[in-house]
Design a binder for this molecule. Sequence first.
Ligand code: SF4
Ligand code: SF4
Length: 276
Amino acid sequence: MSTQETYKTKVKELLSSGKVKMVIGYKAGTTADRRRPHFMRTPEEVDQLVLDSACITNLSGYLLSEGLLSDGKEIAVFLKPDGIRSINILAAEAQLQSNQVVVLGFDINGSEISALQGERASDFQALTSSSNEARLHKQQHPESARLEQMTPAERFAYWEDAFSRCIKCYACRQACPMCYCRRCIVDNNQPQWVNTSSHTLGNFEWNIVRAFHLAGRCVECGNCGRACPVNIPLGLLNMKMTDEVLQSFNHYPGVSETQEPVLASFKKNDSETFIL
Ligand code: SF4
Ligand code: SF4
């Protein structure tokens, strides 16, 4: 039986037994290579469930929809390793109770889909056990390595050009499971902290503020980059921040729900290279 069929059986059991009130998965999208979220409340709706290599969106952010978890009932959600890490972060940041989330874990290898064994985010610790060396993008990712080779002036020009395309639509924020504030700082106009106009200064402010806000929290799911209508390489910025946090603080986000937030905690042996 394929992983998709195995999971269809499991989801039907979860819904018909009443263990969960909803299952969040994927169904066919607007084109053959796209998938959209599928919110299943009855076993009949499971027939539309799709689980294949196009199921790349991190669905964890839907759990934070207003009031969804407030009744204490459980919800199951399909998650790749990045999504499982985001559950740990959201639990660490008191945005959800992980015991309300049944994880239907899977991974994609080319066109192959495999099921991950476990039920709660804490069951998947083996997924986060890679060495820091293996996690560094500047060594393994060609585009990240290319940016590392640039001079600061070349890098600045690269980002100036990329950010010049930003239209301040905030789709990156809306798509990000880690951007859950009910009112974002950029929506404030009394006082206005970040310029809302789509010009060089405002675009730099917005994208840099967001990158710092995600430092040590981004799980690199790619939701933001895929949502950006003008193809700004947001993933590259996130990779850079992930590498910096990893090297400076030995912190890889989302390994457990007891992990301390890196920029909201202090250790005596923290790197202080930024203090002149
Ligand atoms: S910043 Fe982008 S890649 Fe990182 S968690 Fe948010 S959506 Fe995913
Ligand atoms: S999605 Fe792209 S264009 Fe829209 S605000 Fe984010 S970076 Fe700018």
